[in-house]
Design a protein around this ligand. Structure first.
Ligand SMILES: Cc1ncc(COP(=O)(O)O)c(C=O)c1O
Length: 169
């Protein structure tokens, strides 16, 4: 089957693949997320590690810091617009050299300290599925400032050479 509008779960999967993580890499995700998130991690041959979330729906930073050592990547779902402490998460991840993927499926247009959610981590993923703010029926998008990740994601998505023309909206 051809995904004309690939959903964000495929963007999450491609982000992990584009990071070139080794098989069985641990990927930290918030315990409060959507089933597509751990399933994208498993699909990418990685291992989801659940991080505690507080009553405010935000990542518990003490539990996050305890589980971060040795992680291959971090995937943060900003659930229902509740943004976790991205200053603390980015400082810990930058210090440990762990890439951050933002799952901004619920947070299109929201800001953290004046910066757009989805632009803070190495990769940002957005959903255009029918319940989301921008509705393409099914659909999603991956953004990054890293040209190598962008190139790898394009090739792995099957949009290489001129094929991208056939999957334009
Ligand atoms: C937080 C979160 N992440 C990812 C997804 C997956 O999005 P998609 O249906 O575009 O694959 C959803 C779907 O609702 C979601 O709620």
């Amino acid at each position: 089957m051809r995904w004309r509008y690939p959903p964000v779960r495929r963007a999450l999967f491609l982000a992990l693949k584009a990071l070139d993580l080794p098989r069985d890499a641990r990927v930290l995700i918030p315990a409060f997320t959507f089933a597509a998130v751990p399933s994208a991690v498993v699909h990418a041959d990685c291992v989801p590690v659940l991080v505690e979330v507080g009553a405010n729906y935000r990542v518990d930073i003490a539990d996050f810091a305890a589980k971060l050592p040795g992680a291959g990547a971090v995937m943060i779902s900003h659930m229902r617009g509740h943004t976790s402490d991205m200053d603390a998460i980015m400082a810990l991840c930058d210090g440990a050299g762990v890439p951050v993927i933002e799952d901004a499926a619920h947070s299109l247009g929201t800001l953290w300290a004046g910066r757009r959610i989805g632009t803070l981590g190495r990769v940002g993923c957005f959903s255009f599925q029918s319940y989301k703010l921008v509705n393409a029926g099914e659909g999603g998008m991956l953004i990054t400032d890293d040209p190598e990740i962008a190139a790898r994601a394009i090739i792995m998505s099957g949009a290489y050479e001129t094929n991208w023309k056939s999957i334009r909206a």
